[in-house]
Design a protein around this ligand. Structure first.
Ligand SMILES: [Zn+2]
Length: 134
C-alpha cells in the first residue's frame, strides 16, 4: 500500500509509548485514514492483567473515537521487536473483523521482516453483526 514506510514508522513510534511493565512485550499499532491521518495505539498493561488493552485495539478505538469508520480506514500496521512477526491475538481479531474492512491491508513487522495480511485471512467466517441480524 501507499506510504507503507510512513505507516510502519508511526507504528514503531507508538511502540515506544507502550506501557508494558509486566510482560515487557511492547507492541505498537497505527491506523492510516483515507484523509491522511495516522492514529497511534500501544499496548497498555495493568496490574489487573485482564484490564490490559492491546495496541491494535488501542489504535482502532482511538480512530473510531475520532469519528472514523471502517470505510475511511486505508490500512493498519502492527509492530513488535520480537524475533518472529507477531499476529493479532484472538480478541483483537474479533474486534478488527468488525471495525476494519475485510480486505483492508494490515502490515505486520518486527523491524526485520514485514508481511501484509487482512481480516479476511486472519479471521475467516467471523462472528459478526450478520449473526445478530444487524
Ligand atoms: Zn490483541
Amino acid at each position: 500500500m501507499k506510504d507503507q514506510e510512513k505507516l510502519l514508522e508511526k507504528a514503531f513510534l507508538a511502540l515506544e509509548h507502550a506501557y508494558a511493565p509486566y510482560s515487557g512485550f511492547r507492541v505498537g499499532a497505527c491506523v492510516k485514514t483515507r484523509d491522511g491521518n495516522y492514529i497511534l495505539g500501544a499496548n497498555i498493561e495493568n496490574a489487573a492483567y485482564g484490564s490490559t488493552n492491546c495496541a491494535e485495539r488501542s489504535a482502532i478505538f482511538a480512530a473510531y473515537s475520532l469519528g472514523y469508520r471502517r470505510e475511511e480506514i486505508e490500512g493498519m500496521a502492527v509492530v513488535t521487536k520480537a524475533e518472529e512477526i507477531t499476529t493479532p491475538c484472538g480478541a483483537c481479531r474479533q474486534v478488527l473483523s468488525e471495525l476494519l474492512g475485510q480486505e483492508t491491508p494490515i502490515i505486520l513487522s518486527n523491524g526485520k521482516e514485514t508481511m501484509e495480511t487482512n481480516m479476511g485471512k486472519l479471521l475467516p467466517d467471523a462472528f459478526g453483526a450478520k449473526d445478530l441480524d444487524k
